[in-house]
Structure formats: C-alpha cells, structure tokens
Design a protein around this ligand. Structure first.
Ligand SMILES: Cc1cc2nc3c(=O)[nH]c(=O)nc-3n(C[C@H](O)[C@H](O)[C@H](O)COP(=O)(O)OP(=O)(O)OC[C@H]3O[C@@H](n4cnc5c(N)ncnc54)[C@H](O)[C@@H]3O)c2cc1C
Length: 379
C-alpha cells in the first residue's frame, strides 16, 4: 500500500483539496444512489481514507496521528457528508469508536495490536451500547460480565448496532457482577457465542444494523477497556467526539439539501415564474439558510473548545441538537419545495429526508440533549 499522506496544521488547504478530489471521484451522485439502492456499506472506502491520511488526521502525533485540529476534521466531515453521509459516518466511527477510546483507555498491548490496523483502514470497531431495555437510559444496560477464571463471561443482548457483523471488535458496555458501575470491553467479533440478526429500516441503507446476542461469551481480562466500573467514561468519551463529528456531518448533508432546494426554486416555474419568486418559498429558504449558519457556528465553537482542551459539557449537546434538528428542518422543507420532484427515487432529496430522520434520536435523542443542557443550568 502507498504511504499515507502526512498532514500537519500547515497543510489545511491541501487536505481540503484532497477531500474535494476524493468526493468528485468516488462519491458521485450516480455512485451514491447506486450504493443506497444496493444497501452497500462503504467499508471499501476505509483503506482509501487511510491512504489519504484522513483516519490519522485528527489523532495525536504520539499515537501515529497527524494532530490536525478537530475543527479541520469537522470540515472534512462536512465535505464528505455533502456528497454522502455514509462516507463521513464510517470515517467518524473508525476514529471515534475505534481509535480514540483505544488511545485514551487502551493498554499498551491493545494499542499495539489494534490501533495500527484501524489507522491503516484494515479494521473497524462498532459501538455496542444500546439494548432492548436500555436506549436513552444507557446506564440501564443489563448485559452481564461475570468473572470466569482470569477472564470474563458475557451474556445479554445488544440492539440496533451499526456495522456489527463487519466490525472486527465490539466496543461494549456491561454490568459487572459484584461491582458497582459498568465496565467496557473490546470483544473480538469472531469469538464463540456471538449471534447477529440483521434489522431492516427506512433509511441509512449503507449502514447495516444488527441485533446481537451474547451467549456465554468467554473473553480474557485483556479485552477490558479501562478500569472495572468506569466503562461509562470510556463510552462517554467515544460518544462526545462522535457527536461532534456527527453534528458536522449533519450540516454537510443539510447544505446539500439546501443547495438542491435553491436550484429547484430557481428552475421550476409555476404560474409563469420561478417558484423562488413566491415569498413563502423565498422565506422558507431564508429560514433554512439561517438555521444552517447558526448550527455551523455552534459546531465551529464546539471544535474550537475541543482543540483548546476546554469543557464541552454545555456546547456539545447544543451542537448535536442544533445540527441534527437543522438537518431535519432543512430536509422537511426541502422535500416540500421540490414536492413530487423530491419524492422521486431519482432525487437525492428523498434520501436526505429518509436518512435525516435518524439523527435527532441516534446517539442520544434531542430530548436527552435538552436534558443534558438543563443539567448544566443546574436544574
Ligand atoms: C439506524 C440506527 C443505528 C443505530 N446505531 C447504534 C449503534 O451503532 N450503537 C448503539 O449502541 N446504538 C445504536 N442505535 C441506537 C440509538 O442510539 C437509540 O435508538 C437511541 O439512543 C434512542 O434510544 P431508543 O431508540 O431506545 O429510544 P428511547 O430511549 O426508548 O426513547 C423513546 C422516546 O422517549 C424519549 N425519552 C426517553 N427518556 C427520556 C427522558 N428522560 N426525558 C425526556 N424524554 C425521554 C426519547 O427522547 C424518545 O423520544 C441506533 C439506532 C438506529 C435506529
């Protein structure tokens, strides 16, 4: 494989030029539609991302990364998601569910064994948190880790886990017998006792969803990620980076939906003039742009605080809430502006609209984001 491109802080323009060229070459409208209709996941893009240096881009230099500011990574995510949300999403997952938790909480051995494969785009980690009885109430997980000799025996069920069957490892959270708190494990997907069933859904067809049964899965203590009883911090750190990246990606797709609505408003004529001349349409487009720009500013501020090492307790849920609700708003009105033209399978608007519906609840619902914000107010 070719040597990955090496990015540093001074190479920002070059990074964006590279990502632009990648989008124009690999994420054409025809290709994105083909993948969506074929329900084809973008795992083949991971080695290409590695070769372009995109997986290493936001990671610390001392762990093989290029130390590009998080704000720049968010711009890369926005650009990828402008063409294909699934491309931004798979890059997000390899970085935030795989590399970041291992860098922050992994043992020397986990870092040596797993990290290089993630950075080379040869491995994937899924986040197996949600359970049938534990969605928003993530601390309510029932999957149990019992001591078995020097290791652990896991049993329980996880659901709606993206990419699980094609991941090399499951980053999972378990109740730990005899201990308070929850514990995180990095479980090899090939190990005996793991059964997976595919789940059907209305959108995000390039991101397969799985129900996972863990039936007396025997793992060694080396699979534990972070201290016993402190697993929630591991998952929380993965999710806080992932939500920042997801917020940026949502805005990339929101821009694409907005641009499509604007061009339709210019071209489509009714009653002898372009529909964009009707005030109700003009004002709707103005509101769409207003919401996008507000959310972009919040995501930029979140990235700035991440880069400065400042607290993001308040701004992270705000950015996730604003960007995903903005995407929902923009695709809802985008669909109305395109009307029948947007409802046709040939139009990307129907895909933006279907996919967007997930993000106001995936990785934490809008209601839970408001709850987190309310807690920072001291209520
Ligand atoms: C396509 C898809 C992919 C996913 N990928 C993954 C994945 O890779 N890994 C993973 O672990 N999970 C994944 N999930 C699960 C996802 O994160 C959960 O759906 C999400 O956390 C919400 O949980 P829930 O669906 O059980 O909703 P619930 O928690 O049952 O919530 C139902 C409703 O009640 C509201 N509600 C709940 N509690 C409160 C409260 N305290 N105050 C106010 N309102 C409340 C919610 O906001 C929501 O409106 C995925 C889900 C989908 C659909």
């Amino acid at each position: 494989m070719k040597q990955a491109l090496e990015w540093g802080e001074g190479d920002v323009a070059q990074v964006h030029e590279t990502v632009n060229r990648f989008c124009e070459r690999r994420l054409t409208a025809v290709e994105v539609r083909r993948r969506d209709e074929a329900h084809e996941p973008p795992y083949d893009l991971l080695p290409e991302f590695a070769e372009l240096g995109l997986i290493r881009a936001p990671l610390p230099v001392e762990h093989g990364g290029f130390g590009l500011p998080w704000g720049q990574f968010c711009l890369i995510q926005r650009r990828l998601a402008y063409n294909a949300y699934f491309a931004a999403s798979i890059l997000n997952r390899v970085v935030t569910f795989g590399a970041i938790p291992i860098i922050r909480f992994g043992t020397k051995r986990q870092r040596e064994n797993i990290l290089p494969r993630l950075l080379d785009g040869k491995a994937l980690v899924c986040l197996a948190l949600t359970e049938p009885g534990a969605g928003s109430d993530a601390k309510g997980v029932r999957t149990l880790a019992r001591r078995k000799g020097d290791g652990w025996c896991l049993s329980g069920r996880k659901t709606w886990i993206s990419d699980a069957a094609d991941s090399n490892y499951l980053l999972t959270l378990c109740r730990t017998e005899g201990e308070t708190g929850l514990t995180a494990f990095l479980v090899d997907r090939e190990i005996a006792g793991i059964a997976m069933t595919s789940l059907g859904k209305v959108g995000n067809h390039c991101m397969p969803s799985w129900d996972i049964g863990l039936d007396d899965v025997l793992i060694s203590d080396e699979c534990r990620l972070g201290p016993i009883g402190e697993g929630f911090s591991v998952i929380d750190s993965a999710l806080s980076f992932s939500r920042a990246s997801m917020a940026a990606s949502a805005l990339g797709t929101a821009r694409a939906a907005f641009d499509l609505a604007v061009s339709h408003a210019r071209e489509r004529e009714q009653f002898g003039r372009p529909i964009g001349h009707f005030q109700v349409i003009r004002h709707r487009l103005a509101d769409m742009k207003f919401e996008i720009v507000k959310a972009e500013l919040l995501v930029e501020e979140l990235a700035r605080r991440i880069d400065k090492g400042e607290s993001v307790a308040e701004i992270a849920p705000m950015a996730k809430l604003a960007s995903t609700e903005t995407l929902r708003f923009v695709t809802e009105h985008g669909m109305q502006i395109l009307a029948s033209a947007g409802y046709a399978l040939e139009s990307p608007m129907q895909r933006y609209w279907r996919d967007a519906r997930l993000y106001t609840f995936g990785e934490g619902t809008s209601e839970i984001q408001r709850e987190i914000i309310a807690k920072t107010i001291g209520l």
